[in-house]
Ligand binder design. Structure first.
Ligand SMILES: [Zn+2]
Length: 413
C-alpha cells in the first residue's frame, strides 16, 4: 500500500467544525449530553455523513451506532474504529468526537482512492461515554462487552428522573441489533491526549500501550445538623469540616506519589442538607487514586484508610468508606500498537509510547477483542473544558496513523 496515502486534512477539519455547531456554548465549547436533543442531532448528522459515504448503519439496544463499509472477504470480521459524540456539561469540541469523525475521514479517503479492504470497516459511536447525564460513564461500551445488563442500563435515571431508555427512544436511537464482540476483529480508538505530555515534548503521535490503574472510593462523612449561629464551636460536628479534612488528606497522598506519576482527587461532594445557616449532617466525597504502575493506587487507597481514625478524631465526624472499586490497569494489544508505531515511522511522524490516564471505551473493549488507542496532542492538555483545543496539525498525523494501521491490520489477518 502506498505510503503516499494521506487523509484529507481540510475535509476532516471542516467536518469537525460542522459538528461543533450542534450544542455549541457561548464560550465556544460543546454541551451535548448523552441522549439529549443535541446528541440526537449530531447522531443524525453523523448517520447522514456515513450513508453518503456508502456505509450501512446498525444500532443496538443501548443506542451504540455501528456504520459499516463492507469488505471483500465474506468471512473476515469487521475492524472497528470508534469513540463518542457526547460531551461533558462544559465540554470541548474534540474529546471523543475525533475518534468518530477521524474514522469517517479514513473511510472517505479509501472511497476516494478506490481502496477496498478484506475486512469490513466499522465506525462506532458509543452511547454515554462521558456519564455527565447518566451514570456510570461508558455505559454503551460496557453493555456491548456484557459487563452491564442492558435492562439495568435502560432503567438508569438522570437528575430530572428521566429514564435512560425513554431518552434513547425519544431521540430515535433505540435499536434492535448490531454487532456483538465475538463478531469483531479488533478495535482502534483515536483520541486527543487530554494531557500535556505530547505537546510539551513536541511529539506528534502517542501510541497508547495501556491504561493507568485507578482506585475509586466513596467516603461517607457523618456529622450532626445544627444551627450555625447558636451552636458553640466546641459542640459542633459539621460534616463539611470532616469533608475538608478528607479532601486535604487525599490531596496529600497524591503529592507523596506525584514524582512517580501518581495523582489523587476528590472530584465530587454531595452535601446534606447544604443549606444556609445549617451545619451539614452528611457529606459523600467521591475520591480517586491513580498511578501508572499496577497496584500502587491500592497502596494509596490503603494509606488513606489508615489516616481515617486521625481525621475522625480531629473533626468529630464519623467517616467510613461506603463504596470502592478498581478500574483501568488495562494492557492494550501489543500487535496493534506495533502497527501504529510502524505506521508513524513510515509516515515520518515523531511518537512515543504512553499510557492513558483518562477512562475510555477502549478499556472495556480491550477485554473482548484486540484493542489499541492512538493519541494526538491537544493544547496545554486541556479537556473536559470549553477551552479544549487542537489544530489540524495536531490531529492530522494521528488520523493518518489510524488509516495506515487499520490497512496494515487488514492486510495481516
Ligand atoms: Zn473521550
Amino acid at each position: 500500500m502506498s505510503s503516499n496515502l494521506r487523509i484529507n486534512g481540510d475535509r476532516l477539519w471542516s467536518t469537525l467544525m460542522e459538528q461543533a455547531t450542534i450544542g455549541r456554548t457561548e464560550k465556544g465549547g460543546l454541551r451535548r449530553l448523552a441522549l439529549s436533543q443535541e446528541d440526537g442531532a449530531v447522531r443524525d448528522l453523523f448517520c447522514r455523513w456515513c450513508e453518503d459515504a456508502g456505509l450501512t448503519i446498525a444500532i443496538d439496544g443501548i443506542g451504540n451506532i455501528f456504520a459499516t463499509r463492507p469488505g471483500t472477504d465474506p468471512h473476515a470480521k469487521p475492524i472497528l474504529m470508534g469513540s463518542h459524540l457526547d460531551t461533558q456539561i462544559h465540554g470541548g469540541r474534540f474529546d471523543g468526537i475525533l475518534g468518530v469523525l477521524g474514522p469517517l475521514e479514513v473511510i472517505r479517503t479509501l472511497n476516494e482512492r478506490g481502496i477496498t479492504t478484506k475486512h469490513p470497516l466499522t465506525i462506532v459511536n458509543w452511547t454515554n461515554e462521558e456519564g455527565a447525564r447518566f451514570e456510570p460513564p461508558m455505559i454503551g461500551s460496557k453493555v456491548f462487552c456484557n459487563l452491564h445488563a442492558i435492562e439495568d442500563a435502560l432503567n438508569i435515571r438522570d437528575k430530572d428522573g428521566i429514564r435512560f431508555g425513554d431518552a434513547l427512544h425519544t431521540i430515535g436511537y433505540s435499536g434492535r441489533s448490531a454487532l456483538s464482540p465475538e463478531q469483531c476483529d479488533s478495535y482502534f480508538e483515536l483520541h486527543i491526549e487530554q494531557g500535556p505530555e505530547l505537546e510539551e515534548s513536541g511529539l506528534q503521535v502517542g501510541i497508547v500501550t495501556g491504561a493507568f490503574d485507578v482506585r475509586w472510593a466513596v467516603v461517607e462523612i457523618r456529622g450532626e445538623s445544627a444551627h450555625s449561629g447558636t451552636t458553640r464551636m466546641a459542640d459542633r460536628r459539621n460534616a463539611i469540616v470532616g469533608a475538608a479534612a478528607v479532601i486535604e488528606c487525599v490531596n496529600e497522598i497524591g503529592l507523596v506519589y506525584a514524582s512517580s506519576g501518581g495523582r489523587s482527587t476528590t472530584a465530587r461532594l454531595t452535601i446534606e442538607p447544604n443549606l444556609l445557616g445549617i451545619l451539614s449532617h452528611r457529606v459523600e466525597a467521591l475520591c480517586d487514586f491513580r498511578h501508572p504502575e499496577k497496584g500502587v493506587p491500592q497502596k494509596m487507597f490503603e494509606s488513606f484508610q489508615a489516616r481515617l481514625p486521625e481525621l475522625i478524631a480531629r473533626t468529630q465526624c464519623d467517616m467510613s468508606i461506603i463504596k470502592d472499586w478498581q478500574y483501568g490497569a488495562v494492557d492494550y494489544n501489543a500487535d496493534l500498537a506495533a502497527l501504529s508505531r510502524t505506521a508513524a515511522d513510515r509516515l515520518g511522524y515523531s511518537h512515543r509510547d504512553m499510557l492513558t490516564v483518562a477512562g475510555h471505551d477502549s478499556m472495556y473493549i480491550a477485554g473482548v477483542m484486540p484493542a489499541t488507542m492512538i493519541f494526538t496532542p491537544c493544547e496545554k492538555g486541556i479537556s473536559h473544558n470549553e477551552a479544549e483545543n487542537v489544530t489540524l496539525a495536531d490531529i492530522e498525523p494521528g488520523t493518518n496513523v489510524l488509516l495506515h494501521a487499520v490497512l496494515a491490520r487488514d492486510a495481516q489477518t
